[in-house]
Design a protein around this ligand. Sequence first.
Ligand code: NAP
Length: 345
Amino acid sequence: MSCQQHSLKTWNTFSLDACANKISVAESAEALCQFWQQSTNQNEPVLLLGEGSNVLFLDDFSGQVIINRIKGIRVSETADAWSLHVGAGENWHQLVETSLEQGLSGLENLALIPGCAGSAPIQNIGAYGVELDRVCEYVDIVSLADGVQQRLTAAECQFGYRDSIFKHQYRDGYAIIAVGLRLAKIWQPVLSYGDLRNLDTLTVTPREVFNAVCQMRRSKLPDPKVTGNAGSFFKNPLVSAEVAAKLQAEYPHIPHYPQVSGDVKLAAGWLIDQCDLKGFHMGGAAVHAQQALVLINANEATGQDIVNLARTVRQRVAEKFNVWLEPEVRFIAAQGETDAVEVIA
Ligand code: NAP
């Protein structure tokens, strides 16, 4: 089968021109299981995708890619909250907009994050001070080998910084089929980040927060429909308080955010920017000129171009700050997901 027939270009937001042996779209849990079992029975690799907004294809994929398109949103209410049961294949940003239009608030800080609702729990998406775990009540999954469905409470999802049980125990052989969200009827705005701090805490509305978040994102982040990218390429590094103090002594303006754990979060984008890498090109890949944390497909990049650039960025940051960045994006090799740190080490 030729790459033209099964191109993954429109199925990954990096717009990399990789291909797969087969691409199947599943609209139900049963279809997900059926497609998955076809592949495993034939001993071929299989990969589940939502909108491909956090993956980097290193090669052509030697198997079947299954696109999760389970749709449907059900809303119910209790005295103090709205409950949303959301099909995994619903688009995340549309969900944020629709809920806001219906007067349900709580998702506005998470506007314009690319991807599907069902992908959101995997890396516990977060932006502007809100992470999914703040609103997530449960996640429904299916065991692909036998079709058994199971509901995990938010606590069972083991959410962490860009992390959850879906990157570990439930990474292989399971699919997320729905997400349950709980939005409190008494709205508590989160205004601690960026331009949100300029909003009036007494009069602010969810719509104003939504608009401000959209404006900030649009001004800094490339639209994947125009320029291929997968959002933040690296995680913000966590360092010990001692390391942070040493860095602060040398770089007094270094952004640093102490965590409850005692560690200190650094801003990966700032570290990269200090290495003068904004706009830096390698092959068809580049560091985004407005936001150094985003690597872009500037000109028909291959997965290898992005890898080479990521390796260079990581080395330059380590040479200057002795801090090693780790990718947030998941690396997909021909046979399946592979260790991203090892690839760029
Ligand atoms: P920014 O405002 O330039 O800030 C740089 C980093 O500093 C952010 O990553 C953020 O960490 C941290 N930060 C800023 N203000 C903070 C505060 N008041 N308290 C604690 N930490 C703070 O960031 P940006 O690149 O424009 O992104 C804005 C938000 O959107 C961030 O929350 C970012 O995570 C999110 N975002 C995520 C992606 C993705 O692909 N995952 C892509 C774009 C933006 P945190 O990242 O921990 O919030």
